[in-house]
Design a protein around this ligand. Structure first.
Ligand SMILES: [Ca+2]
Ligand SMILES: [Ca+2]
Length: 207
């Protein structure tokens, strides 16, 4: 029996043997690392061909299944500030914009799923299989074109003190990651650099 994995859209064999009978377990590698520009999913199906006496006698197609990949979104932390300076002692909010593009409508982000965390802390938590400190926005402003390209962006405000108290931001933070989902459940991820600046009062003891 031959089993091949087919990319339905391109109608090409992604993986698997055509012409070489498979016996026992067959492993397939989905090309999930491949980026599909402007797309967040791809549909596949299995092609199964029965072989008898070395000759293919019949074939069938398995059900379609869709692989959903993460959408990379463009973030702009503090839209009017280039170094993205953050004072950890601030009692204010940190504005973070998810930018829309011709192919991506940031206004379709499910705001209730969005959180922000230091990229390094996120990486460590992921490696340990733990949840990172999740800090959700305190306020949203939608339909604001922060970069003047004519497309409305999603602007979210995070409490700086919440970010610091939860451990989502600290003195060593150089980059933050935003994670969330679209209303249709497709995961999103974006990042931007930040510069932690000393507070107006004397710096507290360092870790
Ligand atoms: Ca900025
Ligand atoms: Ca815009």
């Amino acid at each position: 029996m031959n089993i091949a994995l087919i990319d339905v859209e391109a109608w090409t064999v992604v993986d698997g043997a055509g012409g070489i009978p498979n016996n026992g377990t067959v492993d397939f590698t989905l090309p999930v690392r491949h980026r599909w520009p402007g797309k967040s999913s791809r549909t596949y199906q299995f092609y199964i061909q029965y072989v008898e006496d070395g000759k293919p006698i019949t074939w069938t197609y398995g059900p379609h299944f869709t692989v959903v990949s993460e959408v990379s979104v463009s973030l702009d932390i503090k839209p009017d500030d280039a170094p993205n300076s953050i004072n950890l002692k601030s009692q204010g909010v940190l504005p973070v914009a998810i930018l829309s593009t011709e192919d991506y409508n940031a206004l379709e982000v499910d705001e209730s799923t969005v959180y922000l965390v230091d990229s390094m802390i996120l990486e460590i938590a992921s490696a340990l299989g733990e949840d990172p400190p999740m800090v959700f926005p305190v306020k949203f402003v939608t339909e604001e074109d922060v970069n003047g390209d004519g497309l409305d962006d999603l602007l979210l405000f995070f409490s700086v003190s919440d970010l610091v108290e939860s451990g989502a931001l600290d003195e060593g933070t150089e980059e933050v990651t935003l994670i969330g989902e679209m209303f249709d459940g497709i995961p999103i991820k974006g990042f931007d650099s930040v510069r932690i600046v000393p507070g107006s009062t004397k710096g507290k003891g360092k870790k």
